[in-house]
Design a protein around this ligand. Structure first.
Ligand code: NAD
Length: 242
């Protein structure tokens, strides 16, 4: 490819997505920073390099199509899609309602599907693509405080395998990353309510993860990792092996 590769990261105005965007901005990529509501933060981040802020709500097919239309008409097709946008919700199993499930699945699972369905159209024409789904340790070992979150992330791992089966022979590698506990806005309430020292003592590497740890792995999969597809890569300090 004799042009800069284009990477689109959803939910990239903060947290893990922002760290992933920073990693690509520091390298030779054209970066599209998906944001749902933190426009100013996304634009500030974009101003640091060869990057553009793109409004996208992955729970809406209309919004997903508008975001891809905007990128494709002004720049061209996406080479690497990172489905990072996600929500969590701490709620007792006994109190979960249908809408809690629908919202969770619409963002964490169907959101990744919507973006991937759109991205693969051009990736198939180009016979090249990388899709990276940010799943979770919770999707591997379950979660008692947010069973719908854990289920959505388990389903995302399965979607990853199905897409790898369907598209790898057309040059599209699809993989999932399963982070353990990473310090971000998503986890700050949980982390402030527990004994951090005790938790860290249970993690073989003795610390929580940093968003930049996940960014390094996403970058490796995008830049190298050309014989890796259908896999779930754990990044959890050794707290879970599979
Ligand atoms: P975060 O809450 O800081 O970031 C989530 C991002 O997703 C935000 O930018 C938010 O605006 C965006 N988002 C939410 N709903 C959206 C929608 N409908 N459309 C588009 N964007 C939307 O949390 P984070 O920790 O950075 O999480 C990033 C990803 O990593 C998530 O998928 C999360 O489930 C996953 N993850 C996080 C951890 C952790 O410990 N922090 C662990 C495992 C997996």
């Amino acid at each position: 490819m004799n042009r800069k590769k284009r990477v689109f990261i959803t939910g990239a105005s903060r947290g893990i997505g922002k760290s992933i965007a920073e990693k690509f901005i520091q390298s030779d990529f054209e970066v599209f920073i998906g944001f749902k509501d933190k426009k100013i933060e996304a634009e500030e981040l974009a101003s640091t390099g060869n990057a553009y802020a793109i409004n996208i709500d992955v729970s809406s097919t209309l919004s997903v199509n508008a975001a891809f239309d905007e990128i494709e008409s002004s720049h061209g097709s996406i080479d690497i899609l990172i489905n990072n946008a996600g929500i969590s919700q701490v709620k007792l199993f006994e109190e979960l309602e249908d809408d809690d499930w629908f919202n969770m699945l619409s963002v964490n699972l169907i959101g990744a599907f919507r973006c991937s369905q759109r991205a693969v159209i051009k990736m198939r024409e180009n016979k090249f693509g990388k899709i990276i789904n940010i799943s979770s340790l919770g999707g591997q070992w379950g979660g008692i405080h947010q069973v719908h979150y854990a289920a959505s992330k388990a389903a995302l791992i399965n979607l990853t395998k199905s897409m790898a089966k369907k598209f790898s022979n057309e040059g599209i590698c699809t993989n999932a990353i399963a982070p353990g506990l990473i310090e971000t806005d998503m986890t700050k309430d949980e982390l402030s309510s527990i004994n951090l020292e005790e938790l860290e003592s249970q993690i073989p590497l003795g610390r929580l993860g940093d968003p930049s740890d996940v960014a390094s792995l996403a970058f490796f999969l995008a830049e190298d990792g050309n014989y890796i597809t259908g896999q779930t890569l754990n990044i959890n300090g050794g707290i879970y092996f599979s």
